[in-house]
Design a protein around this ligand. Structure first.
Ligand code: ADP
Ligand code: MG
Length: 368
């Protein structure tokens, strides 16, 4: 079922948690809401759920398919929820937890006890917990408990599943596994999902499309590939991964910052360049294009690459450069080695870091 949000705005007292938001989620889509803490993700999800009401405005509309649910109560929206701390009923077995929503349905909607049993067993099979049906929540690991939560949320066959940082409290390996679970169940059962996370990797790995939020606004909506390849603005670029900065004065096509020099095609004036760790390489000499001297402060092999941390007077923060193992060996990279960074490409957003920090402060002041 599709979800359409039109002009959804929310104030808490005088502070604005959401600027007017428009968002269309296609039927069967898995959408990730990604943003730093306080950016309004939970508020938006709770409004979709009906647990929170948007500001009263004639333009505000929330549609599930063709149905206008703007004023429909949470219990009539037929939504499944999974929250980070949505505790299971501790005094009930796994089986009873999953069956609960079905057993409390009004008599005329309630399946027979045989049908409930069949449905619960099928759900437990799907989350591979059949063998633990008689256990109690306290006897399960965190990952198993979240799988029970997922099965419980799906028992009523919701067409919309909402998840708020569902794997946030679990360790990295379990999270990875549960992400695959969720993706698999989503595709198999064909519901529409909106899930909240502050974890870039999780959002990029799991979502059909990612909605990047900051300060109650949507910064960009795109597929993970498009988002990573073409960030709409500086905030999105910085939020999606590690970034190295080079800020300096450009004169006649040369950017200068302390003893660092880089040839650029930019007009004279102050500019800041941003580049990802894999968008630079290292050499033992400068070349005619780049002279960016640095000292290696750490060398960390991570999978197929080596992450090299650099420090230099011209950097506002240490750089991180990802190189191939063979290059690390050839250059004899070790702590204390002197190297030259060579940007392969770079990104440029008109606003400088100082301006960005100032506008962020303004936005924060406005929202408190
Ligand atoms: P996120 O989930 O992205 O961390 P939230 O939606 O929880 O962000 O919060 C967005 C903003 O709204 C924050 O500034 C938060 O402090 C504020 N906020 C959220 N819920 C309430 C509430 N019930 N009362 C007052 N302010 C709230
Ligand atoms: Mg939240």
């Amino acid at each position: 079922m599709s979800i359409r949000l039109h002009h959804i705005q929310k104030h808490f007292g005088r502070s604005q948690a959401l600027s007017p938001i428009d968002l269309d989620v296609a039927s069967g889509e898995l959408i990730g809401l990604l943003g730093p803490s306080g950016s309004g993700k939970t508020t938006l999800l709770r409004i979709i759920a009906g647990l929170e009401t948007p500001d009263d405005n004639p333009a505000t509309r929330l549609l599930f398919g063709e149905r206008d649910v703007t004023r429909v109560h949470v219990r009539d929206r037929r939504i499944g929820f999974v929250f980070q701390h949505y505790a299971l009923f501790r005094h009930m077995s796994v089986f009873d937890n999953v069956a609960f929503g079905l057993t409390v349905l009004p008599r005329r909607e309630r399946p027979s006890s045989g049908d409930i049993r069949t449905r619960v067993l099928r759900l437990l099979e799907m989350v591979q917990l059949s063998h633990l049906a008689q256990r109690f929540p306290a006897q399960l690991s965190g990952g198993q408990q979240q799988r029970v939560s997922l099965a419980r949320a799906l028992a009523l066959r919701p067409e919309v599943l909402l998840l708020d940082e569902p794997f946030g409290a679990l360790d990295a390996k379990v999270r990875q596994e549960l992400r695959r679970w969720l993706r698999h169940l989503h595709d198999e059962l064909g519901f529409t999902s909106v899930f909240v996370t502050h974890d870039q990797e999780e959002a990029l790995e799991l979502s059909d499309r990612v909605v990047v939020m900051s300060n109650g606004r949507i910064e960009q909506i795109d597929t993970p590939e498009a988002l990573y390849r073409a960030p709409a603005n500086r905030f999105v670029f910085e939020f999606l991964g590690d970034v190295n900065h080079l800020e300096g004065q450009v004169h006649n096509g040369i950017l200068t910052c302390g003893d660092a020099r880089l040839r650029v095609s930019l007009p004279d004036g102050r500019h800041e360049l941003l580049l990802r760790p894999h968008e630079a390489t290292l050499a033992d000499t400068p070349d005619e294009r780049a002279n960016l001297p640095a000292v290696v402060t750490a060398v960390v092999p991570v999978g197929a690459e080596v992450r090299v941390e650099l420090s230099a007077d011209w950097m506002s923060e240490p750089w991180l450069v990802a190189v191939r193992h063979q290059d690390a060996e050839r250059l004899n990279l070790a702590r204390g080695a002197r190297v030259y960074a060579r940007p392969l490409t770079w990104h440029h957003y008109p606003e400088t870091a100082g301006q960005a920090r100032r506008s962020e402060r303004r936005a924060q002041t406005a929202s408190t």
